[in-house]
Design a protein around this ligand. Structure first.
Ligand code: ATP
Length: 286
């Protein structure tokens, strides 16, 4: 028996770091929303206990380093499952881009195996299990729009913001999330985003206030390390995006607008400057 799961990417509407914790993680506050740029996982159960992962992108590891492999292995051990699974990841989300591609794949794997292996886990149980694999996996289990706190694993679902276009541009560099957090001086952050205001803007479906409340404290670090990211931000603003921000630890920059004509103008203008440019819709709802 087989099934196909969709694994959507996310963008950060806000990313704030409150302080560094005793356990080495950072205490964060992030408002995230899913977008219609997705990987697909084709999953077929196996009679033996092997876990096989294949990926359409050659440079993504398919062994125990793959988050999908880790998710399947963990579920199999936790629930003493006597079957295996073959998973093919059809990759569309750029890798190491700040869009939670690996985390979303892991979340889709947990949800898929919950069906395939008949585990009957609740969303909360799947999110708790996901958090053992990575901080962003919990959010990806819920999807939609949510506030994430703690190290990113505590999720409070939010209503959908008004729909908008998302133009994404990824410069040809990969960024390591651990490296960027490592260079952040949490006690010297100059401008914290106003998370409360962003939540209010979403609840009020106030697009203008959403664009005015975008903020990501990791930009300071990534823009210093990779000036191209700042250049893309400048261009997106100049071409008319209503709001512009780097997602996660970068390097992907996104611009948002509700106007289709403006979206087209930004997309075509950026295409001449950056190879990896995408236009997608916000998903908003779970
Ligand atoms: P985040 O936004 O959660 O920090 P990201 O989008 O920056 O994540 P990913 O695309 O998840 O980064 O990839 C980070 C690293 O994880 C890659 O370099 C890759 O080697 C590894 N990885 C493990 N599993 C996967 C997967 N299923 N898809 C992509 N990368 C994976």
């Amino acid at each position: 028996m087989g099934l196909t799961m969709k694994a959507p990417a996310k963008i950060n509407l806000t990313l704030d770091v409150l302080h560094k914790r005793e356990d080495g993680y950072h205490e964060v506050e992030m408002v995230m929303t899913s977008i219609d740029l997705a990987d697909h996982l084709h999953m077929v159960s196996r009679k033996d206990m092997d876990i096989h992962v294949e990926c359409t992108t050659s440079f993504v590891p398919t062994d125990q380093r793959n988050l999908v492999y880790q998710a399947a292995k963990r579920l199999q051990a936790r629930f003493n499952i006597k079957q295996g699974v073959h998973i093919t990841i059809q990759k569309k989300i750029p890798v190491a881009a700040g869009l939670a591609g690996g985390s979303s794949d892991a979340a889709a794997c947990i949800k898929g195996l919950n069906q395939l292996w008949g585990l009957r886990l609740t969303t909360n149980e799947m999110a708790a299990l996901g958090a053992e694999i990575g901080s962003d996996v919990s959010f990806c289990i819920y999807g939609g729009t949510a506030l994430a706190t703690g190290r990113g694993e505590k999720i409070i679902p939010l209503p959908a913001p008004p729909p908008f276009w998302v133009i994404l541009a990824k410069p040809p560099i990969g960024v390591s999330t651990g490296n960027i957090y490592g260079k952040l001086k949490a006690d010297q952050i100059k401008a914290h985003p106003d998370t409360e205001r962003m939540i209010e803007a979403i609840k009020e479906k106030d697009f203008e206030l959403i664009t005015a409340s975008l903020g990501n404290v990791l930009e300071e670090v990534t823009l210093y390390e990779h000036p191209q990211v700042g250049q893309i931000k400048e261009r997106m603003k100049r071409y008319g995006a209503d709001g512009v921000l780097m997602s996660g630890s970068g390097p992907t920059v996104f611009g948002i607008t509700q106007k289709e004509s403006r979206m087209r103008k930004i997309y075509h203008a950026l295409k001449g400057f950056c190879r990896d440019v995408y236009v997608v819709r916000s998903l908003g709802e779970r």
